[in-house]
Design a binder for this molecule. Structure first.
Ligand code: 7PJ
Length: 285
Protein backbone atom coordinates (compact mmCIF):
# COMPACT_ATOMS: atom_id res chain seq x y z
CA UNK A 1 0.00 0.00 0.00
CA UNK A 2 1.27 3.46 -0.89
CA UNK A 3 0.64 6.03 1.83
CA UNK A 4 1.56 9.69 1.54
CA UNK A 5 2.37 11.37 4.84
CA UNK A 6 1.36 15.01 4.89
CA UNK A 7 1.53 16.49 8.38
CA UNK A 8 -1.04 14.67 10.51
CA UNK A 9 -2.69 13.20 7.41
CA UNK A 10 -1.90 9.75 6.01
CA UNK A 11 -3.37 9.56 2.51
CA UNK A 12 -3.96 6.11 1.09
CA UNK A 13 -2.82 6.14 -2.53
CA UNK A 14 -3.46 2.48 -3.28
CA UNK A 15 -6.03 3.87 -5.71
CA UNK A 16 -5.64 7.28 -7.39
CA UNK A 17 -6.94 10.30 -5.47
CA UNK A 18 -8.02 13.76 -6.46
CA UNK A 19 -6.46 17.11 -5.53
CA UNK A 20 -8.96 19.96 -5.94
CA UNK A 21 -7.70 23.29 -7.25
CA UNK A 22 -8.59 26.42 -5.26
CA UNK A 23 -7.33 29.53 -7.03
CA UNK A 24 -7.45 32.83 -5.18
CA UNK A 25 -6.16 34.86 -8.08
CA UNK A 26 -7.45 37.46 -10.45
CA UNK A 27 -5.81 35.94 -13.52
CA UNK A 28 -5.76 32.13 -13.34
CA UNK A 29 -6.51 30.71 -16.74
CA UNK A 30 -9.73 28.95 -15.81
CA UNK A 31 -11.42 29.74 -12.52
CA UNK A 32 -9.54 32.75 -11.20
CA UNK A 33 -11.33 35.87 -10.14
CA UNK A 34 -12.28 34.39 -6.79
CA UNK A 35 -10.28 36.78 -4.61
CA UNK A 36 -13.03 36.93 -2.00
CA UNK A 37 -12.05 34.73 0.97
CA UNK A 38 -15.55 33.50 1.83
CA UNK A 39 -16.18 32.46 -1.76
CA UNK A 40 -12.86 30.61 -1.91
CA UNK A 41 -13.55 28.81 1.37
CA UNK A 42 -17.02 27.80 0.19
CA UNK A 43 -15.58 26.54 -3.10
CA UNK A 44 -12.89 24.51 -1.30
CA UNK A 45 -15.52 22.95 0.98
CA UNK A 46 -17.52 21.91 -2.08
CA UNK A 47 -14.45 20.24 -3.57
CA UNK A 48 -13.83 18.33 -0.32
CA UNK A 49 -17.49 17.34 -0.16
CA UNK A 50 -17.21 16.09 -3.75
CA UNK A 51 -14.39 13.76 -2.72
CA UNK A 52 -11.11 15.67 -3.02
CA UNK A 53 -8.47 14.10 -0.75
CA UNK A 54 -6.48 17.35 -0.74
CA UNK A 55 -7.27 20.95 -1.68
CA UNK A 56 -4.47 22.91 -3.34
CA UNK A 57 -4.72 26.59 -2.40
CA UNK A 58 -2.85 29.08 -4.57
CA UNK A 59 -2.64 32.86 -4.58
CA UNK A 60 -0.31 33.35 -7.53
CA UNK A 61 -1.09 32.17 -11.04
CA UNK A 62 1.68 30.26 -12.80
CA UNK A 63 -0.06 30.07 -16.16
CA UNK A 64 2.11 31.07 -19.12
CA UNK A 65 2.68 34.83 -19.11
CA UNK A 66 1.16 35.43 -15.65
CA UNK A 67 2.39 38.42 -13.70
CA UNK A 68 4.17 37.75 -10.39
CA UNK A 69 2.30 38.50 -7.16
CA UNK A 70 3.83 40.42 -4.28
CA UNK A 71 4.57 38.28 -1.21
CA UNK A 72 2.31 40.31 1.08
CA UNK A 73 -0.61 40.06 -1.35
CA UNK A 74 -0.10 36.32 -1.73
CA UNK A 75 -0.06 35.86 2.06
CA UNK A 76 -3.19 37.97 2.47
CA UNK A 77 -4.97 35.80 -0.10
CA UNK A 78 -4.03 32.31 1.04
CA UNK A 79 -3.61 32.44 4.82
CA UNK A 80 -7.25 33.14 5.79
CA UNK A 81 -8.40 30.32 3.50
CA UNK A 82 -5.87 27.87 4.92
CA UNK A 83 -6.80 28.78 8.50
CA UNK A 84 -10.50 28.21 7.86
CA UNK A 85 -10.00 24.89 6.04
CA UNK A 86 -7.47 23.64 8.61
CA UNK A 87 -10.08 24.26 11.30
CA UNK A 88 -12.34 21.85 9.34
CA UNK A 89 -9.58 19.22 9.51
CA UNK A 90 -8.93 19.30 5.74
CA UNK A 91 -5.67 18.25 4.13
CA UNK A 92 -4.44 21.47 2.53
CA UNK A 93 -1.66 21.95 0.03
CA UNK A 94 -0.26 25.42 -0.62
CA UNK A 95 0.64 26.15 -4.24
CA UNK A 96 3.51 28.62 -3.98
CA UNK A 97 7.10 29.23 -5.04
CA UNK A 98 7.90 31.53 -2.10
CA UNK A 99 9.58 30.21 1.06
CA UNK A 100 7.93 32.86 3.27
CA UNK A 101 4.51 31.83 2.01
CA UNK A 102 5.39 28.16 2.56
CA UNK A 103 6.37 28.82 6.17
CA UNK A 104 3.31 30.91 6.97
CA UNK A 105 1.00 28.40 5.28
CA UNK A 106 2.47 25.50 7.25
CA UNK A 107 2.05 27.47 10.48
CA UNK A 108 -1.57 28.13 9.55
CA UNK A 109 -2.31 24.43 9.09
CA UNK A 110 -1.26 23.47 5.56
CA UNK A 111 0.08 19.89 5.29
CA UNK A 112 1.67 19.97 1.85
CA UNK A 113 3.79 22.30 -0.29
CA UNK A 114 3.13 22.24 -4.02
CA UNK A 115 6.02 24.07 -5.66
CA UNK A 116 6.26 24.38 -9.44
CA UNK A 117 9.95 25.21 -8.88
CA UNK A 118 10.56 21.97 -6.95
CA UNK A 119 11.96 23.76 -3.85
CA UNK A 120 14.83 25.34 -5.78
CA UNK A 121 14.33 28.87 -4.40
CA UNK A 122 16.81 29.70 -1.61
CA UNK A 123 15.17 28.71 1.69
CA UNK A 124 12.39 26.61 0.14
CA UNK A 125 13.96 23.25 0.91
CA UNK A 126 14.70 24.37 4.49
CA UNK A 127 11.09 25.46 4.97
CA UNK A 128 9.87 22.02 3.91
CA UNK A 129 12.52 20.11 5.84
CA UNK A 130 11.71 21.98 9.07
CA UNK A 131 8.13 20.69 8.86
CA UNK A 132 6.40 17.32 8.57
CA UNK A 133 4.55 18.40 5.44
CA UNK A 134 4.47 16.54 2.15
CA UNK A 135 6.08 18.16 -0.90
CA UNK A 136 5.12 18.06 -4.56
CA UNK A 137 8.17 18.57 -6.77
CA UNK A 138 7.25 19.70 -10.27
CA UNK A 139 9.37 19.89 -13.42
CA UNK A 140 9.33 23.15 -15.38
CA UNK A 141 11.58 24.23 -18.24
CA UNK A 142 12.25 27.98 -17.97
CA UNK A 143 9.95 30.23 -15.96
CA UNK A 144 6.23 30.92 -16.24
CA UNK A 145 6.71 34.19 -18.16
CA UNK A 146 8.62 32.65 -21.05
CA UNK A 147 8.37 28.85 -20.77
CA UNK A 148 6.03 28.30 -23.72
CA UNK A 149 8.11 30.31 -26.22
CA UNK A 150 10.31 27.50 -27.51
CA UNK A 151 10.41 24.43 -25.25
CA UNK A 152 13.15 22.04 -26.40
CA UNK A 153 14.48 18.70 -25.17
CA UNK A 154 16.73 15.99 -26.58
CA UNK A 155 14.78 13.40 -24.56
CA UNK A 156 11.86 14.90 -22.67
CA UNK A 157 11.00 11.81 -20.63
CA UNK A 158 14.62 11.13 -19.65
CA UNK A 159 15.31 14.76 -18.77
CA UNK A 160 12.15 15.20 -16.71
CA UNK A 161 12.75 11.92 -14.93
CA UNK A 162 16.39 12.81 -14.17
CA UNK A 163 15.38 16.23 -12.81
CA UNK A 164 12.67 14.77 -10.55
CA UNK A 165 15.05 12.06 -9.37
CA UNK A 166 17.66 14.69 -8.48
CA UNK A 167 15.18 16.93 -6.64
CA UNK A 168 13.56 14.02 -4.76
CA UNK A 169 16.94 12.81 -3.58
CA UNK A 170 17.95 16.35 -2.59
CA UNK A 171 14.83 16.35 -0.40
CA UNK A 172 15.74 13.00 1.16
CA UNK A 173 19.27 14.33 1.83
CA UNK A 174 17.73 17.39 3.52
CA UNK A 175 15.79 15.10 5.87
CA UNK A 176 12.42 14.89 4.11
CA UNK A 177 11.25 11.28 4.41
CA UNK A 178 10.57 9.52 1.09
CA UNK A 179 6.95 8.93 2.10
CA UNK A 180 6.39 12.71 2.09
CA UNK A 181 7.55 13.21 -1.51
CA UNK A 182 5.40 13.49 -4.65
CA UNK A 183 6.80 14.09 -8.16
CA UNK A 184 5.09 15.76 -11.09
CA UNK A 185 6.22 16.04 -14.75
CA UNK A 186 4.59 19.48 -14.99
CA UNK A 187 2.29 19.20 -18.00
CA UNK A 188 2.33 22.44 -19.98
CA UNK A 189 5.27 23.95 -18.09
CA UNK A 190 7.77 24.51 -20.88
CA UNK A 191 6.35 21.68 -23.02
CA UNK A 192 4.81 21.42 -26.45
CA UNK A 193 1.82 19.17 -27.09
CA UNK A 194 4.20 16.49 -28.39
CA UNK A 195 6.26 16.73 -25.17
CA UNK A 196 3.12 16.45 -23.03
CA UNK A 197 1.92 13.38 -24.94
CA UNK A 198 5.35 11.75 -24.75
CA UNK A 199 5.34 12.29 -20.98
CA UNK A 200 1.83 10.88 -20.66
CA UNK A 201 2.62 7.80 -22.72
CA UNK A 202 5.72 7.17 -20.64
CA UNK A 203 4.40 8.24 -17.24
CA UNK A 204 5.17 4.70 -16.05
CA UNK A 205 8.90 5.50 -16.35
CA UNK A 206 8.45 8.36 -13.89
CA UNK A 207 6.23 6.31 -11.56
CA UNK A 208 8.93 3.61 -11.59
CA UNK A 209 11.16 5.89 -9.47
CA UNK A 210 8.94 4.85 -6.58
CA UNK A 211 7.49 8.23 -5.59
CA UNK A 212 3.78 8.91 -6.08
CA UNK A 213 3.19 10.86 -9.29
CA UNK A 214 0.84 13.83 -9.49
CA UNK A 215 -0.58 14.75 -12.89
CA UNK A 216 -2.14 18.13 -13.59
CA UNK A 217 -3.82 18.38 -16.98
CA UNK A 218 -7.17 19.88 -16.00
CA UNK A 219 -8.49 22.20 -18.76
CA UNK A 220 -4.96 23.01 -19.91
CA UNK A 221 -4.24 24.09 -23.47
CA UNK A 222 -3.15 20.54 -24.34
CA UNK A 223 -6.78 19.49 -23.74
CA UNK A 224 -7.85 22.34 -26.00
CA UNK A 225 -5.41 21.18 -28.67
CA UNK A 226 -6.63 17.58 -28.45
CA UNK A 227 -10.34 18.37 -28.51
CA UNK A 228 -10.58 21.71 -30.30
CA UNK A 229 -12.60 23.02 -27.33
CA UNK A 230 -12.49 26.31 -25.47
CA UNK A 231 -11.75 26.36 -21.75
CA UNK A 232 -15.32 25.97 -20.55
CA UNK A 233 -15.86 22.89 -22.76
CA UNK A 234 -12.79 20.89 -21.73
CA UNK A 235 -14.37 18.78 -18.97
CA UNK A 236 -14.69 15.53 -20.93
CA UNK A 237 -11.20 15.82 -22.42
CA UNK A 238 -9.74 16.60 -19.01
CA UNK A 239 -11.39 13.61 -17.34
CA UNK A 240 -10.27 11.29 -20.13
CA UNK A 241 -6.64 12.40 -19.90
CA UNK A 242 -6.72 12.26 -16.08
CA UNK A 243 -7.87 8.63 -16.30
CA UNK A 244 -5.20 7.86 -18.89
CA UNK A 245 -2.62 9.29 -16.50
CA UNK A 246 -4.02 7.26 -13.61
CA UNK A 247 -3.83 4.08 -15.67
CA UNK A 248 -0.15 4.80 -16.34
CA UNK A 249 0.60 5.16 -12.65
CA UNK A 250 -0.41 8.68 -11.53
CA UNK A 251 -1.69 8.52 -7.95
CA UNK A 252 -2.79 12.14 -7.55
CA UNK A 253 -4.82 14.06 -10.13
CA UNK A 254 -4.89 17.82 -9.73
CA UNK A 255 -8.21 18.99 -11.14
CA UNK A 256 -10.77 21.78 -11.21
CA UNK A 257 -13.68 19.35 -11.67
CA UNK A 258 -13.51 17.14 -8.61
CA UNK A 259 -16.88 15.45 -8.79
CA UNK A 260 -16.58 14.37 -12.41
CA UNK A 261 -13.04 13.06 -11.88
CA UNK A 262 -13.91 11.22 -8.65
CA UNK A 263 -16.90 9.59 -10.36
CA UNK A 264 -14.84 8.56 -13.37
CA UNK A 265 -12.15 7.05 -11.12
CA UNK A 266 -14.76 5.24 -9.04
CA UNK A 267 -16.41 3.74 -12.11
CA UNK A 268 -13.14 2.74 -13.71
CA UNK A 269 -11.49 1.40 -10.58
CA UNK A 270 -14.30 -1.11 -10.20
CA UNK A 271 -13.09 -2.61 -13.46
CA UNK A 272 -9.36 -1.94 -13.53
CA UNK A 273 -6.68 -3.33 -11.34
CA UNK A 274 -4.75 -0.11 -10.79
CA UNK A 275 -1.13 -0.17 -11.88
CA UNK A 276 0.99 -1.12 -8.90
CA UNK A 277 -1.90 -2.23 -6.72
CA UNK A 278 -1.45 -5.83 -7.88
CA UNK A 279 2.32 -5.68 -8.31
CA UNK A 280 2.21 -5.32 -12.07
CA UNK A 281 4.78 -3.83 -14.37
CA UNK A 282 4.12 -0.08 -14.08
CA UNK A 283 5.59 0.50 -10.65
CA UNK A 284 8.64 -0.94 -9.00
CA UNK A 285 7.45 -0.75 -5.43
C1 7PJ B 1 0.19 22.55 -11.98
C2 7PJ B 1 0.46 23.09 -10.73
C3 7PJ B 1 0.58 21.21 -12.26
C4 7PJ B 1 1.41 21.12 -10.00
C5 7PJ B 1 -0.48 24.59 -11.96
C6 7PJ B 1 -3.14 25.07 -13.78
C7 7PJ B 1 -1.89 25.86 -13.99
N1 7PJ B 1 1.05 22.38 -9.74
N2 7PJ B 1 0.04 24.37 -10.72
N3 7PJ B 1 1.19 20.56 -11.23
N4 7PJ B 1 -0.41 23.50 -12.73
N5 7PJ B 1 2.01 20.40 -9.05
O1 7PJ B 1 -3.77 25.16 -12.74
O2 7PJ B 1 -3.52 24.37 -14.71
O3 7PJ B 1 0.42 20.66 -13.34
S1 7PJ B 1 -1.10 26.13 -12.43
Amino acid sequence: MTVLHAGKHAIDLSTPRVVGIVNITSDSFYDGGRVDADAAIAHARQLLEAGAAIVDVGGESTRPGATPVDERDELARVIPIIEALAADGACISVDTMKPAVMRAALESGASMINDVRALQAPGAMDAAAASDAAVCLMHMQGDPRTMQRAPAYADVVGEVRAFLHRRAHACVDAGIAADRIVVDPGFGFGKTLAHNLDLLRNLGDIAAMGFPVLAGVSRKSMIGALTGRELEDRLAGSVAVALAAALRGARLLRVHDVRATVDALAAWSAIERWPGSQGDRWTEQ
